[in-house]
Ligand binder design. Structure first.
Ligand code: 3PG
Length: 386
């Protein structure tokens, strides 16, 4: 693959696909992590005197329809502040062409407002390609999607290359599979086994011990115990049993339960063999935290995706907080990915204590599962740097 750093961008119209899909509430950006991690790419394009076109999606708006809450305008304003001194404009109607000079930046409105973006529509891909001389793919967090601005555009541009963020994410993730230090501890939380089954399978092949939390743990616990009203997947119990046969999964021995899924719900710690029909598991319990901490302490490599419970509710936050802090304080190489995981890291201010935080959610998981992403093969078709 050609890397953006090795390609001549002087006076060229460069379409850079980033993932600027950040959480926004009341026009305020809640976490700027993905934008901040894209700034070095933008600065590299500026250094190379390119005519810079920045494209991204935000959320999942209805196709072909403008909706203010999905506008990238707040992201544009953030970039304007971060890149002061640079001419930077925002464009809503760009598909017929953009006027831009070298060292200027145009931020495009949400590509998912365009009809056909998600379905990788050929006409739309062509229109994007007509806007530029070179396509730079740097949206790691959207690199598992086959959409017009992430994938289809490659069929029509003369030149395409990989951006620095996508490159470094792939490099780090590959290194985990290539001679990682043992013991490897994987920590997987989140709601469902079904959505992460393939991931769990792949991770168990390299992992020494897997610690589970959230709804995923509930499905495992439900094999042996009744778990009241807790979220779990009956249809995945058999598959969960198969995974347990690896003897690598450590399960919770106690849980924090509530009577309802609510921020006001009181929390009580219960042994997993003692959960009543009107109770719901919303976090791991204290004994489990201690068991998990002991394993984390001995780890040399940690792969972390997903919270241990409903960390959004203060009464059910302790498990996630203690495990997150224990990962942060361990001397291992720790890698974390996924939207909720990043939110946890930010909530407890642990950003500088995790060795590598991936900007990807679904793409992070997909890359671990398949050890590649479709766009990477596509980019390999472009060979010359001149
Ligand atoms: C993400 O937040 O995981 C990426 O931006 C991809 O978003 P999507 O799941 O809506 O495609």
């Amino acid at each position: 693959m050609i890397h953006m750093k090795d390609i001549d961008l002087e006076n060229k119209r460069v379409f850079i696909r980033l993932d600027l899909n950040v959480p926004i509430k009341n026009k305020k950006i809640i976490s700027s992590e993905r934008i901040d991690r894209s700034i070095p790419t933008i600065k590299l394009a500026l250094k190379k005197n390119a005519k810079i076109i920045l494209a991204s999606h935000l959320g999942r708006p209805k196709e072909g329809q403008y909706e203010k809450k999905f506008s990238l305008f707040p992201v544009f304003e953030y970039l304007k502040k971060k890149l002061s001194g640079i001419k930077i404009t925002f464009s809503k109607n760009y598909l017929k062409g953009i006027k831009i000079k070298s060292n200027e930046i145009v931020v495009l409105e949400n590509v998912r407002f365009n009809y056909g973006e998600i379905k990788n529509n050929i006409d739309l891909s062509k229109k994007y390609s007509n806007l530029c001389d070179i396509f730079v793919m740097d949206a790691f967090a959207t690199a598992h999607r086959i959409e017009s601005s992430t994938y289809g555009i490659c069929d029509f541009v003369k030149k395409a290359c990989i951006g620095p963020l996508l490159y470094s994410e792939i490099k780090i993730l590959k290194s985990i599979f290539n001679k990682p230090l043992h013991p490897i501890v994987t920590i997987v939380g989140g709601a469902k086994v079904s959505t992460k089954f393939k991931l769990l399978n792949t991770l168990l092949k390299i992992t020494d011990t897997m610690l589970v939390g959230g709804g995923i743990a509930n499905t495992f616990i439900s094999i042996h115990y009744s778990i009241g009203k807790s979220l779990y997947e009956k249809s995945f119990q058999e598959k969960a049993k198969e995974l347990c046969e690896t003897n690598k999964i450590l399960l919770p021995v106690d849980s924090r339960v509530g009577k309802s899924y609510s921020i006001k719900s009181e929390s009580k710690t219960k042994s997993i063999s003692n959960i009543l029909p009107n109770e719901e598991i919303l976090d791991i319990g204290d004994k489990t935290i201690e068991n998990y901490k002991k394993v984390i302490k001995k780890a040399k490599t940690i792969i972390w995706n997903g919270p241990m419970g409903v960390f959004e509710f203060p009464n059910f936050r302790k498990g996630t907080e203690k495990i997150a802090k224990s990962i942060a304080n361990s001397s291992s190489f720790s890698i974390a990915g996924g939207g909720d995981t990043i939110a946890v890291i930010e909530l407890f201010n642990l950003k500088n204590k995790i060795s590598y935080i991936s900007t990807g959610g679904g793409s992070f998981l997909k890359f671990i599962e398949n050890k590649t992403l479709p766009i990477l093969d596509k980019l390999k078709n472009f060979k010359t740097t001149t």
